[in-house]
Write a protein that binds this ligand. Sequence first.
Ligand SMILES: Cc1cc2nc3c(=O)[nH]c(=O)nc-3n(C[C@H](O)[C@H](O)[C@H](O)COP(=O)(O)OP(=O)(O)OC[C@H]3O[C@@H](n4cnc5c(N)ncnc54)[C@H](O)[C@@H]3O)c2cc1C
Length: 290
Amino acid sequence: MRIRDMYQKQDWEISFEVFPPKTEKGLESLFHTAGQLAQHNPCFISGTYGAGGAVQDKGRDKTLCMLDTIRSRFNVPVTAHFTCVGNTVEAIRAWLHQATLLGIENIMALRGDPPQGHTEFVPTPGGLRYASELVGLIRREFPHFGIGVAGYPESHRESPSRESDLLTLKHKVDQGADAIYTQLFFDNDDFLRFRDRATALGIQVPIIPGILPVLSLSQVQRITALCASKLTDRLWERLKSHEGDADAQIQVGIDYAAEQSRALLKEGVPGVHYYVLNRSDTIRRILETL
Ligand SMILES: Cc1cc2nc3c(=O)[nH]c(=O)nc-3n(C[C@H](O)[C@H](O)[C@H](O)COP(=O)(O)OP(=O)(O)OC[C@H]3O[C@@H](n4cnc5c(N)ncnc54)[C@H](O)[C@@H]3O)c2cc1C
């Protein structure tokens, strides 16, 4: 099923995001996790592409290979992330052909980050500068794909203002994006304000909040520094009060993610996208709570 048809039901949809592990052992363990995630009937499981501005190997594409196995083993829809990092337009077309041949139905179209230690994104010679260009290319040349794009409730770190960030988001939608999946956030008010502003600007596609089940204080501090999302005092205090107790911190993360999800569902979001960090146990406990 393509993204544009996924959010038509009365009920809410869940989707899960995983990343390709580095080792064969990690991959087998991920497949086990994916099998458990598939039992929650997600509208899709998505697989990330590259990370932190790293160029993904051009050989056997690990995102596509991983998703192909997940889809065929567990009969679950998949969405492949793809970035402009390290790719010429020809390489982009070749990758999209490969995804087509594998029967992948949806692409999360992203620009990608600058390489680690750099603050400015420099496009690959012969490549693309913005995710909107990638969306446009997919829509024109590979119209069979559903397209998701990234949105930022707290604004993208390179954007000069919230207004310009929203205008570039609108441009991605005008180029053909079917839905927006947000960066992780911990304050629902940030999401709700972002959604209101996007709607006021005429963005009409579904906006799906991205939720991270936190595992520990040190982990969340690392992640928020990478993606420029802010930690709320409420979550920080709860995690801090259980410092040194790994299980209690995981429970805090589960409770917080469940509270966030419940409140967002009350606000009428059509779905929730969980950054599952290749774990299924936390998701099971969140969904049980919900
Ligand atoms: C749901 C989700 C999934 C992700 N998955 C991955 C992944 O798999 N792999 C990975 O490496 N990264 C991933 N990322 C991170 C993403 O690649 C980074 O946040 C990246 O820095 C920006 O990507 P983008 O697609 O939002 O870029 P863009 O939409 O191109 O925006 C990048 C910056 O350029 C600005 N901009 C855009 N268009 C214009 C324009 N025409 N003129 C001027 N300024 C403009 C924007 O405001 C923004 O500041 C993901 C993020 C999210 C939210």
